[in-house]
Design a protein around this ligand. Structure first.
Ligand SMILES: *Cc1c(COP(=O)(O)O)cnc(C)c1O
Length: 417
């Protein structure tokens, strides 16, 4: 029989972890709760409050408008992008940090559609994040009103998307990792098929970047967007990022041709001339305070090798599954996310008939997870600030909640978002 895993084994894994020192760079919540919520809001780097205070006092109060010339406000979108590009498998000059994921999706979906000179947009229906669907629908409505015959086509499973890819599809919009089940696409296989029919693909990397390995260039990806406040720990309201393969850059005007994307911003020229780089996709003034917050995490990311990140994520999630089976096996919690690491994104999800009340009870027992209707609980696993011992502690608390059935109590029946 296989020896059961104990706390000592988890501590040994931590001692062998090349990323173990990074945990100390993050603030733990005052309640002492384990923050399994990297899929919604990554933890705060300890350096943030001091950096923000500096920016307020020196940047805003003292330098004020001169901050534009004396500090790196204008360059920050490029600098931040350069600090995370390796996590995406991209070159620094092909990534930029700006705006929200939704806006970046709009920019790239429409840009791809215009490069293709129109056609249909293919989406997945059941596992796409809502904003990704709305943005595509909004674009298609706009061009329909202007007389184009574009349509949205939906496919459900990965295989259905592969089967639906034909010459009528101009653009495919895909969430690289399903935000509910954590199922991850085979990016290179999809890209190959898309190339065969001439479709361009926009990937949403929100539930993968900062958790697992992404190989945009190796997979020959066309476009990608993603959000920075999840695994990337960019903080509430962090600016998102976008990637454009060099073969698609500077093909036509950006859809939102703002002054920040101009060749010479402070020339205040009357005529628009796009910056001949990814900078052309920036729109208005950068979010200077939010960029400053994000820069604390980016400083940490710069030290992280993506192979080490990926290996640690695999080690943490495998431990999660083994401990779930060992400790909670008979208690009705069943794993639903893929067990094979290459098919899995940042979070693990389990199914339990009382998922909502269980996640509420977990909060009181010091575990922050997230509930998704009807019966899923998600645990966002961060290779940056979770230890193997954290996994041990989280599973022990889950076991306590399930075995005592404390979650059945009245006060846990009202479920928060
Ligand atoms: C979180 C998330 C977003 C968020 O979009 P914002 O515009 O930044 O709020 C978009 N897409 C996916 C897949 C997400 O998980």
């Amino acid at each position: 029989m296989k020896k059961s895993i104990d706390l000592n084994d988890c501590q040994t894994l931590d001692e062998q972890d090349p990323l173990r020192s990074l945990r100390a760079k993050f603030s733990q919540s005052e309640s002492g709760a384990i923050h399994y919520d990297a899929n919604s809001m990554g933890a705060m780097p300890k350096a943030v409050p001091e950096q923000v205070a500096w920016m307020l006092n020196e940047g805003w109060r003292n330098l004020s408008r001169q901050g534009w010339s004396k500090l790196d406000w204008l360059d920050k979108p490029k600098k931040l992008a350069a600090g995370i590009a390796h996590l995406l498998g991209a070159n620094p000059e092909d990534v930029i940090v700006c705006d929200s994921t939704s806006i970046n999706l709009y920019k790239l979906l429409s840009y791809a559609w215009r490069i293709r000179k129109g056609g249909n947009i293919l989406l997945t229906e059941s596992n796409h994040f809502p904003t990704d669907i709305y943005i595509a629908e909004g674009w298609v409505k706009t061009v329909q009103e202007l007389g184009s015959e574009a349509e949205i086509r939906f496919a459900d499973s990965h295989e259905e998307v592969m089967d639906s890819l034909n010459e009528e599809v101009a653009v495919v919009s895909l969430t690289y990792v399903d935000y509910r089940t954590s199922l991850r696409w085979e990016m290179s296989r999809l890209m190959q098929k898309a190339k065969e029919v001439g479709a361009l693909v926009v990937w949403d990397l929100s539930h993968a970047a900062g958790a697992v390995r992404i190989d945009l260039m190796e997979c020959d990806a066309d476009f990608a967007v993603g959000c920075s406040y999840k695994y990337l720990c960019g903080g509430p309201g962090a600016p998102a990022y976008l990637f454009i393969h060099p073969r698609h850059q500077n093909q036509t005007w950006p859809t939102i041709a703002g002054w920040m994307g101009h060749l010479d911003v402070f020339a205040f020229a009357q005529n628009y001339e796009a910056h001949p780089s990814i900078i052309s996709q920036t729109t208005g003034s950068p979010a200077i305070m939010a960029n400053e917050i994000f820069s604390a995490a980016v400083e940490i990311w710069q030290e992280v090798q993506v192979d080490e990140l990926d290996r640690k994520h695999e080690s943490l999630t495998q431990l999660f599954w083994e401990l779930l089976e060992q400790e909670c096996g008979p208690l009705g919690a069943e794993m639903t996310s893929p067990r094979n690491h290459s098919q899995q994104g940042g979070h693990v999800s389990i199914r339990h008939p009382g998922a909502g009340p269980v996640s509420e009870a977990l909060l009181e027992h010091g575990v922050v997870s997230s509930f998704r209707k009807p019966d899923s609980i998600r645990f966002g696993i961060s290779p940056l600030y979770h230890s193997h011992e954290d996994i041990w502690a989280g599973i022990q608390r889950l076991k306590e909640v399930l075995s005592t059935e404390v979650w059945q109590e009245e006060r846990f029946q009202k479920v928060s978002v």
